[in-house]
Design a protein around this ligand. Structure first.
Ligand SMILES: [Zn+2]
Ligand SMILES: [Zn+2]
Length: 265
């Protein structure tokens, strides 16, 4: 089978283990059934912006052309620094967009990706965001009515907990198993000033996520279509937005959104 088209990040579905689908052009390839089989990706030397569809020689911010990167609200400062979101004050690159995405319920969560980290996402992005990050266990810490407040909570907690995923450890499944997310949530709650405590969600339900991986790699080597035109091997696992080949090579699908590739299997 050979399919050619523009890549988008993988879609996922909670299951034991998680199910992954890779959108290529108008097709959606069910990836779990390709595990333990040879798969080849060939870059067709074209990149199309995932926002406006125009051809671009380089991808910015995981799939945008340069003009969109400069103007798109999805690349504005409050994406990287939620605490700088000013939508609640009526200020933003595109207020219609802000109303839809940043003036809606936001979740502050704790996730175990390697060590524990804090993160923020829009409520409808749960559990997609967690799966995209390769978290093995998560708990909801707080729910806020807008992105700004979620950002203030996150910034308050940054002194006590990481906010970044260590992607290599995540892929090697080097998990700090001593972390107790329920206890950690209580601890993080104690660091919040009273005006932020009101947003803490009392329900302390843990979510465990299992990924379709034959065996985790001992070391990882990142592959990119910016350097290679062919990435191939036996597909040995999928975690986060990464495909693993031959227990070593990894391909970050999200980083290649908009790239035109062929998949053969
Ligand atoms: Zn564009
Ligand atoms: Zn915003």
């Amino acid at each position: 089978m050979k399919i050619t088209g523009s890549l988008l990040k993988m879609k996922s579905e909670i299951s034991q283990p998680i199910k992954y689908y890779l959108p290529i052009g108008s097709e959606s390839v069910e990836m779990n059934s390709l595990i333990n089989k040879p798969v080849r990706f060939t870059f067709e030397n074209q990149i199309f912006c995932t926002n406006c569809g125009s051809k671009t020689y380089k991808s910015f911010n995981q799939g945008l052309c340069y003009p969109c990167f400069q103007s798109s609200p999805s690349a504005s400062e409050c994406i990287i620094h939620p605490e700088k979101c000013q939508a609640h004050l009526g200020i933003g690159r595109d207020m219609e967009w802000e109303k839809k995405y940043h003036l809606t319920p936001q979740i502050v969560y704790l996730a175990l990706t390697a060590n524990a980290k804090v993160g923020i996402t829009r409520k409808p992005q749960i559990p997609t965001r967690w799966i995209d990050q390769g978290a093995v266990q998560t708990i909801i810490l707080a729910e806020t009515p807008n992105r700004y407040l979620a950002g203030v909570i996150e910034v308050t907690l940054k002194d006590f907990i990481a906010d970044k995923t260590h992607w290599q450890k995540m892929l090697k499944n080097e998990i700090n198993t001593s972390v107790d997310l329920i206890a950690l949530k209580e601890e993080m709650k104690s660091f919040l000033p009273s005006e932020l405590k009101q947003y803490v969600v009392n329900d302390s339900q843990l979510l465990d996520l299992n990924y379709p991986v034959l065996e985790y790699p001992k070391k990882v080597k990142s592959m990119s279509f910016d350097k290679l035109s062919v990435v191939e091997g036996t597909l040995t696992g999928i975690k986060g937005q990464y495909l693993m080949f031959d227990y070593l090579n990894v391909l970050n699908i999200r980083k290649h959104q908009g790239y035109v590739v062929s998949i053969e299997y």
